[in-house]
Design a protein around this ligand. Structure first.
Ligand code: AMP
Length: 500
């Protein structure tokens, strides 16, 4: 296949807005690629090079950009071979040898091909990446269901290889693609539950009711003496968390993938503020030790458990992690479940997770088989200002600045902002009403005398250096205005701080 075919396809994809047309073009390109051409073609369109970063700087590129070739003759295989050669150049004199290899490649390319090659080599390709379309295009080209391809890509983390296997080896081979210990998978996510009783009613009695800890998600891989710890976004933090590495190395197993939450605890075992946990994720120098609490096991000693029901995964978990299991109750009745929830809150945690014991691990997806239940916090706060909206809300006062009462009688103390939960009716009302309470304004904001009280629902509060009271609301949304209350009856800054 000529390299220029890739350019034509990417141009065609860029020129149409219809997703299906883009997928068709991408799929057609994959279909016309022969065996070894499939991986590079998919990688390039997905914005990657299979050779990784080539360490070719702009300077070398500019210096080695020769006269373009008059006609397109480079093949996909030529380009792939040249990239592999470039990646292999190291040692003394490598800069000059790299420049020579580059100049040979670019000299064989037309002006248009040179442009694409330069974008590939500088990593600029990633910006226009078609990664989002790739799974659908591979599925179309291989005539397989898109979820099958997406799952294989998720587990292997290697989209080009999945494409090659799908096209050349077919469905059965794709189904064989499993987890690799040491290669992170996207974590399963939870959906919000209405209430504990609603979650129990929805999922039935076969559930695990677990503490929901307010720490940081971790995924831990161990293969023999090798350990990898990644965050929710799959960032490698192994080097920052030696205590977790040590703990995982001491577990009675050879290989394992664990999912869990980690946090810093104080001397009495209560969680320290969220930011203190997060501060450990950057450097190894923090003094606070992190404690892990594991809640899932995706692999144990050579066995992938991802497609096993949660009940089976929890057995595996319990057999290995001992005390580091998150506090959980299996199949509790409603009274016991409520007591567990109350205990979680009393211990300073966020709430509980209710999980269906027959559910499999849906990597990267927000399923209905994990429901998170948190207590509802509401606060009555004073509106101290409102910002003019934009977009659909242009002309309306929208984003509210919220203040808590100063128990010593000073001005309300700002604790957050929100425009969530405002219906059109409320927007209209507040735009008319607020100007009657205006103290002054600037280009974006109308400031109010402290006279209007609004009921705000929130998930909790966090320590803040931005706001004067040292706390900020988390996920605040408007429930309703409280004309029945005056600012003197609003919640105090102490009430807000007590939610920390
Ligand atoms: P949220 O961030 O509110 O969507 O809640 C989901 C997050 O809660 C997960 O990503 C975990 O970091 C965290 N979490 C705490 N405890 C648990 C638990 N028992 N099971 C699953 N996730 C948990």
């Amino acid at each position: 296949m000529l390299f220029t075919r890739v350019i034509e396809a990417s141009r065609q994809i860029a020129s149409t807005r219809a997703r299906t047309a883009k997928i068709d073009t991408f799929a057609e390109l994959i279909r016309s690629a022969q065996g070894p051409e499939i991986e590079p073609v998919v990688a390039w369109l997905a914005g990657e090079l299979r050779q990784g970063r080539l360490g070719v700087g702009w300077k070398t590129l500019v210096a080695s950009r020769p006269e373009p070739a008059p006609e397109a003759a480079l093949t996909v295989a030529d380009v792939e071979a040249a990239l592999t050669e470039l990646a292999g150049i190291s040692g003394t004199g490598s800069t000059a040898r790299r420049a020579a290899a580059l100049s040979e490649l670019l000299g064989a390319a037309t002006a248009e091909e040179q442009d694409l090659l330069v974008r590939m080599l500088t990593g600029e390709l990633r910006q226009g990446s078609l990664e989002g379309l790739a799974a659908d295009a591979i599925a179309r080209a291989a005539d397989l269901p898109a979820p099958t391809i997406r799952r294989a890509a998720m587990l292997s983390g290697d989209l080009p290889a999945v494409a090659r296997i799908a096209i050349t080896d077919g469905a059965a081979a794709v189904a064989q693609i499993g987890l690799t210990v040491g290669r992170p998978v996207r974590p399963m996510l939870a959906s919000p539950g209405e209430s504990l009783s609603a979650a129990l009613a929805a999922l039935g009695p076969q559930v695990s009711v677990e503490y929901k800890l307010d720490g940081a998600r971790i995924q831990v891989h161990r293969d023999g003496r090798e350990v990898l710890v990644v965050t929710r976004t799959l960032r490698d933090i192994t080097a920052s968390v030696p205590e977790l590495v040590e703990l995982v190395l001491a577990l009675p197993c050879r290989s394992i993938i664990l999912d869990g939450e980690t946090l810093a605890l104080n001397d009495s075992g209560r969680p320290r503020p969220f930011q203190e946990t997060m501060s450990r994720f950057g450097s190894a120098s923090g003094e606070l030790l992190l404690t892990p609490f594991f809640f899932d096991c995706l692999h144990l000693d050579g066995m992938d458990l991802l497609d096993e029901p949660l009940s089976r995964r929890l057995q595996a978990l319990e057999s290995v992690v001992g005390d580091h299991r998150i506090p959980a109750l299996m199949c509790p009745d409603t009274v016991a479940a409520q007591a567990h929830f109350d205990a979680a809150i009393a211990d300073g945690h966020e709430g509980v997770m209710v999980k269906a014991l027959d559910s499999t691990y849906a990597a990267g997806r927000r399923g209905k088989s994990w429901l998170k239940i948190k207590p509802e916090h509401t606060l009555d706060l004073v509106v101290i200002a409102a910002e003019w909206g934009y977009g659909r809300r242009t002309g309306w006062l929208s984003n509210l600045h919220l203040g808590a009462r100063d128990p010593d009688g000073g001005a309300p103390i700002m604790v957050g902002k929100t425009f969530k939960g405002l219906t059109d009716e409320l927007l209209r009302w507040q735009t008319e009403e607020f100007v009657r309470h205006e103290s002054h304004r600037d280009a974006h904001t109308v400031y109010l005398r402290p006279e209007i009280v609004v009921e705000i629902e929130l998930d909790g509060v966090q320590t803040s250096t931005r706001y004067p009271g040292g706390v900020a609301l988390r996920f605040a949304r408007v429930v309703r205005y409280r004309p029945d209350k005056t600012a003197a009856q609003a919640d105090t800054i102490d009430a807000v701080r007590s939610l920390r």
